[in-house]
Design a protein around this ligand. Structure first.
Ligand code: PLP
Length: 386
């Protein structure tokens, strides 16, 4: 059976060029990057070269890049680290209702410690109003954290505008750019944020490596304790091979972005157009224009999303209902309910996220398979009127 992978927002395969630069670090180049001898220095130079590649990708200084064990850890470091570094009197955070759980659950942990958190709602297309974010800022607000692109519906937030309003008010700004990186041009300086998260495995590098951009002179406290790695901001021996691969993936992502973004937009748009024309009572979730090129989130009324995922997988098509970490959750997606969908509509949505290896033939396979799968499941649904 021909297998089609349409879950690139969950994770991406490691590119051959990325694997190639990593391999020596699983073999002869095994030093600890903190050791002062030859082996250590070899590892250190791999890490520092990757730091330069990531910095070029983000348009920042290498010294502003902190390597972490992924996007979740970078989000936690940004949020917990900036709140803990602030004066005791400044204990309030502003975020949105549609953040990834790496941000939302971190904010909830802070609430249990007595920190106030305001969750600003989004409109029907999943966009937050910068003025509403600014209005939520209080004298005691430390941080505004708003994601760049949503992992479920792909909507892009007005982060530059939010950063301008927040920084005018003396508040730090973090953006979780995990789903924007490699899909839209990223420029930490132009965005005007103080903190920015990216993750390796969403841009064709391995899992378990990420980075937090920390603008020069931004005060954050470490959230884990140990050695003096990463200028005392992230303790623990560096994942040298992962970091080297991550650096290479950032370099490749920047080089291929304009062409790849246009190609994926065309593929995604054809997929959506044809699906909507072939399947009645279906609709796009999110903003049709203001979103990353690779993401389609489509609602098929009267069908359970999980049932569609399983039926499609049996036909060789791998996709999801939303965030991979929420798969199997009974609750409808917090993102889809935040944009105003009823719980039954949220439960009847599919996320198809395209990537580098997808072609027109993959889209054709979906178009041949999906209408029949939806029709079959609808026939079994007591709520469907036929
Ligand atoms: N933020 C967003 C928007 C994501 O989509 C993800 C991964 O799904 C993360 C954070 C977490 O990143 P990681 O899987 O590297 O911990």
């Amino acid at each position: 059976m021909n297998r089609v992978y349409l879950d690139h927002n969950a994770t991406t395969p490691v590119l051959p060029e990325v694997l190639e630069v990593m391999l020596p670090y699983f073999g002869g180049v095994y030093g600890n990057a903190s050791s002062i001898h030859h082996f250590g220095q070899q590892a250190r130079s791999g890490v520092e070269r990757a730091r330069e590649q990531v910095a070029a990708f983000l348009n920042c200084r290498p010294s502003e890049v902190v390597f972490t064990a992924g996007g979740t850890e970078a989000d936690n470091l940004a949020i917990l680290g900036s709140v803990r570094a602030a004066q005791a009197s400044r204990k309030h955070v502003v975020t949105t209702a549609i953040e990834h759980h790496a941000v939302l659950n971190c904010c909830q942990a802070l609430e249990r410690e007595g920190v106030g958190v305001t969750y600003v709602p989004v409109d029907a297309s999943g966009v937050v109003n910068p003025e509403a974010v600014a209005a939520a800022i209080r004298p005691e607000t430390v941080l505004v954290t708003v994601m760049l692109a949503n992992n479920e519906i792909g909507t892009i937030q007005p982060v530059a505008e939010i950063a301008r309003l927040a920084r005018e008010r003396g508040v730090l700004v973090h953006t979780d750019a995990v789903q924007g990186a490699g899909k839209v041009p990223l420029d930490a300086n132009a965005l005007g944020v103080d903190l920015l998260t990216i993750s390796g495995h969403k841009l064709y590098a391995p899992k378990g490596v990420g980075a937090l951009y920390v603008r020069r002179q931004t005060r954050i406290q470490a959230i884990s304790f140990g050695g003096h790695h990463e200028r005392d901001r992230r303790a623990g021996t560096e994942n040298v091979a992962g970091i080297v691969g991550f650096g290479k993936a950032c370099e490749l992502a920047a080089a291929s972005l304009p062409v790849e973004a246009a190609r994926l937009t065309a593929l995604r748009d054809r997929l959506e157009r044809e699906v909507l024309s072939r399947i009645p009572e279906s609709g796009i979730n999110g903003d049709p224009l203001r979103r990353v090129p690779n993401t389609a989130n489509i609602r098929f009324d009267y069908v359970e999303g999980e049932a569609m995922v399983i039926a499609l997988d049996l036909k060789g098509i791998s996709c999801s209902t939303g965030a991979a970490c929420s798969s199997g959750a009974i609750e409808p997606s917090h993102v889809l309910t935040a944009i105003g969908l009823r719980p039954d509509q949220a439960r009847s949505s599919l996320r198809l996220s395209l990537g580098k290896q997808n072609t027109d033939a993959d889209v054709d396979q979906v178009l041949e398979t999906l209408p029949e799968v939806v029709a079959r499941l609808r026939a079994l649904s007591p709520a469907y009127h036929g």
